[in-house]
Write a protein that binds this ligand. Structure first.
Ligand SMILES: [Zn+2]
Length: 371
């Protein structure tokens, strides 16, 4: 029984790693049937939730507000992302060896990977894995026995990583390609919910939202909505900053999962590669903006770094419960490019801990909040 389980888990590892070679740039488009004209003042018509969308929220983090004006259709099918399970992964040939995912590797860039010359030694049992991993690392609170084989395989692929990093990264899921081995989040309303390329909100998830007063939103960006806790914290931060002569406004806040899918599809249809789009645009259910706990402030481009507002909030946002979620140089962990404008609400206590840890939220979560 145990041996069978081990054998299966090894198969899964091999299959996933092999799949990395093809996952990102192929087979994503069969269900995409989204017109370019659909990304307009989307969702303003049918129901109150749809009213939560306005032109400011049509574009993802990286670009200014959208200008499309044509009406949406409400019949399109949201993209079905390749949500792989251990049983649906195509088996690659054993000879198609995996590529390690060292920190220097571009995100989701199967096309850019190189093929190593030798396959990793992965034919080991759980017992063997536990004999290989130094005992002191097995004492770590976040060491997960069930992942022991994955730890050893990942270490084999990344010999320069120490076991602490290996265990952390495997717990995050980084031994699988982004957008594979996806977990659908069950505890969706937790303030500390982790949403990323491995953890997805259910398709029809909609949080309880409250509208932000227009006075704290960037002019011309329409109505904005956040969860109550995030809204109140942002208001407080806004007014405290205002006393210092700073103007921190909301540019982009809650987006529905459906809208997120449409944005992603539109970006891909515009001619960019899937890997390129994935660096800046989340797929539906995988965006923090779908939680009602994320907010892009001031302006969602890199000129934000030149503002006095940024210089203040990078050192103070955590006191209000926000972290700058996508840090510079951590793209290989978060799955996203650096985004100095994107704040995520975690509550003051947790935000303070994450801020002081210097870790990405993925790393902090993997070490402190669960596996
Ligand atoms: Zn954002």
């Amino acid at each position: 029984m145990k041996k069978t389980a081990l054998f299966l888990s090894l198969l899964v590892v091999i299959a996933f790693i092999s799949y990395k070679m093809i996952a990102d740039d192929t087979a994503l488009f069969s269900s995409i049937d989204i017109s370019e004209t659909n990304l307009s003042t989307a969702d303003n018509i049918l129901n109150p939730q749809n009213n939560l969308q306005d032109s400011s929220n049509l574009e993802p983090d990286f670009e200014p507000a959208a200008t499309e004006t044509s009406p949406p259709t409400h019949t399109q099918t949201p993209v079905s992302t390749p949500e792989l399970t251990s049983t649906s992964v195509p088996s690659g040939s054993p000879g198609s060896t995996p590529t390690p995912k060292p920190s220097s590797e571009p995100v989701s860039s199967s096309a850019e990977t190189t093929t190593p010359t030798e396959p990793p030694a992965i034919s080991i049992s759980l017992e063997e894995a536990l004999n290989i991993i130094p005992p002191e690392y097995q004492q770590l609170s976040y060491f997960n026995h069930e992942f022991a084989v994955r730890y050893v395989v990942y270490k084999e692929l990344n010999p320069d990583f120490d076991y602490e990093k290996v265990i952390t990264y495997v717990n995050i899921g980084l031994d699988f390609p982004f957008y594979s081995n996806i977990n659908t989040i069950s505890d969706t309303n937790r303030i500390d919910v982790l949403v990323n390329k491995y953890n997805k909100l259910p398709d029809h998830f909609v949080p309880q939202l409250e509208q932000l007063p227009a006075s704290i939103c960037a002019p011309g960006t329409g109505n904005h909505y956040l969860r109550k806790e995030a809204k109140e914290a942002f208001e407080k931060m806004h007014y405290d900053a205002k006393k210092l002569g700073l103007n921190i406004t909301a540019v982009s806040t809650y987006r529905s999962i459906e809208l997120q899918n449409r944005i992603w599809n539109k970006k891909v249809k515009s001619g960019r590669t899937v890997a390129d789009v994935d660096r800046l645009n989340a797929r539906g259910g995988h965006s923090e903006h779908n939680t009602g706990l994320a907010i892009d402030v001031i302006k969602n481009n890199y000129t934000v770094e030149n503002t006095a507002e940024y210089k203040w909030y990078k050192d103070n946002a955590h006191l209000y419960g926000f972290i700058i979620r996508y840090q510079k140089g951590k793209e290989n962990i978060t799955g996203y490019s650096y985004e100095p404008w994107h704040l995520r609400y975690l509550g003051p206590e947790l935000a303070n801990e994450v801020y002081n840890s210097g870790l990405t939220y993925e790393e902090y979560y993997a070490k402190m909040l669960g596996h």
